[in-house]
Ligand binder design. Structure first.
Ligand SMILES: *Cc1c(COP(=O)(O)O)cnc(C)c1O
Length: 239
């Protein structure tokens, strides 16, 4: 085993143990939570190592990096999640490899995703990214729709050809009323998910929690955690 493979395997085991412990503490089954490894800034070789270690979900946040990586790993049994702010001019490329777009946050993006999904003959699964700290009607600094905008955007995705509404995603805010209160932030997201499922029962994915706060997310009820640093190491500043 190479040093890098050994390092990733060790980190992955530690993260698996954290998720298992968090599930036990919350009285949840381990299979209720899916690990998505965020591979941004790391090379395709690391993605290959992860796949060999049994990882089935990876996430990227920049199309420029993700597109060639997904192409290099097209032979692997992986689901690709797009979790970054998405410009409409990148949508055609992203639809070429992404199984799930977790950062849907505005109507224009829904229109573009739908058009390109139909064109590619694909179904793209969508999560609405919620900015828990955004003012009504606005969007978060790091993207995301304000909580009050969720129902309308959800209906738009659900009615769009080529798209499937799968649920909600958030990144715990670093500032504002939820700063340092990840559990409260994730509880709020769960409430929004409960409301969403009244209108869209199948949209039951809740993507929350990263390296620093996956325990809080699992405790709140997240179905998917997105972990980068804790598996692959601290990234260079970019990304
Ligand atoms: C980078 C990133 C993650 C992973 O963050 P870590 O702290 O490295 O685990 C999760 N979600 C999104 C949207 C990200 O951009």
């Amino acid at each position: 085993m190479t040093d890098r493979k050994h390092e990733i395997a060790t980190n992955l085991t530690a993260v698996e143990e954290r998720i298992t412990a968090a599930c036990e503490a919350a009285g949840r089954r381990r299979d209720e939570v899916t690990l998505i490894v965020v591979t941004k800034t790391y090379p395709a070789e690391d993605v290959r190592v992860l796949s060999g270690l049994g990882v089935r979900h990876v996430a990227e946040n920049r199309d420029q990096d993700a597109a060639p990586k997904a192409t290099a790993c097209v032979d692997l049994p992986l689901s690709w999640h797009f979790v970054g702010q998405l410009q409409t001019n990148k949508v055609r490329s992203v639809v070429g490899y992404a199984d799930v777009v977790q950062s849907v946050d505005r109507a224009r993006l829904v229109t573009a995703l739908s058009r390109e999904a139909v064109r590619a003959g694909r179904e793209v699964r969508c999560l609405l990214q919620v900015a828990l700290d955004a003012d009504a009607g606005g969007r978060g600094e790091r993207g995301g729709v304000a909580p009050s905008g969720v129902p309308e955007l959800a209906d738009l995705v659900a009615g769009a050809e080529g798209l499937r509404l799968d649920g909600l995603m958030t990144v715990a805010p670093l500032t504002g009323e939820y700063a340092g209160r990840q559990r409260a932030a994730f509880d709020h997201l769960m409430d929004l998910s409960t409301d969403l499922r009244r209108a869209h029962p199948a949209a039951n994915m809740v993507s929350a929690g990263m390296s620093a706060d996956l325990e809080e997310a699992v405790a709140a009820g997240a179905t998917h955690v997105r972990v980068g640093t804790a598996v692959l190491g601290v990234r260079p500043r970019l990304g």
